[in-house]
Design a protein around this ligand. Structure first.
Ligand SMILES: N[C@@H](CCC(=O)N[C@@H](CS)C(=O)NCC(=O)O)C(=O)O
Length: 196
């Protein structure tokens, strides 16, 4: 069965495109645009209630939101294994950093760009400096990936997000960030989806 990825190259859907390539599954890109209403049609809103990409259709199943799609695909498709099984002790670390991408890195990037104030205690991500320091400490120990030699779907979304955060000068260019992102972006699947 072919998985449909609702996609625009200038979007987070790039990461799911990369994931589908890494997994080696059959997929098709369904283009959607920001300015032609294609993200607001009833058909698209049935797939993605927020009218956002990435979103996928896999047979009868639709999934939206990067972390949900990542877990769905990596748990279901094992052509290439990119997720520890439920009873694998490494599953906790995998989930922690996969969810950290959406729960902490994303809002910290937004805060760094828009420069709004929050109370550390109340903001779920704490603050930008905490996110940067915690991430730096963890990525400094990635050897070369979070789970050693195993490149998992958590590495993929972390590298994608950190690549944007550093590339757009939202996060500082810490050596561990740059080294980790460079390793990830050197992967054949990433180069393929970027047209290289
Ligand atoms: N929480 C979502 C965010 C998705 C998102 O904001 N996507 C942007 C593109 S990167 C979008 O679809 N924007 C169009 C819109 O909001 O109309 C995720 O993690 O996938």
């Amino acid at each position: 069965m072919t998985i449909e990825l609702f996609h625009n190259p200038q979007s987070r859907a790039m990461m799911m495109h990369w994931l589908l390539e890494e997994l080696g599954v059959d997929y098709e890109l369904v283009p959607v645009a920001y300015d032609d209403g294609s993200m607001r049609t009833p058909e698209f809103l049935a797939v993605s209630p927020m009218g956002k990409i990435p979103a996928i259709r896999d047979g009868e199943v639709t999934v939206s939101d990067t972390a949900a799609i990542t877990l769905y695909l990596a748990d279901k498709y094992k052509t290439v294994d990119m997720a520890p099984a439920i009873d694998d002790p490494r599953r906790g670390e995998f989930l922690r950093w996969l969810v950290f991408q959406v729960s902490s890195i994303e809002p910290a990037m937004m805060q760094a760009g828009a420069k709004f104030e929050t109370k550390r205690q109340q903001a779920g991500w704490g603050d930008v400096d905490s996110v940067v320091d915690v991430l730096d400490a963890r990525l400094s120990k990635a050897d070369p990936w979070l789970l050693g030699d195993w490149f998992t779907a958590a590495d993929l979304v972390l590298a994608g997000a950190v690549g944007w955060a550093v590339g757009w000068d939202l996060f500082p260019k810490r050596p561990a960030f740059e080294a980790y992102v460079a390793r990830a972006f050197d992967r054949p699947a990433y180069k393929k989806i970027m047209g290289g």
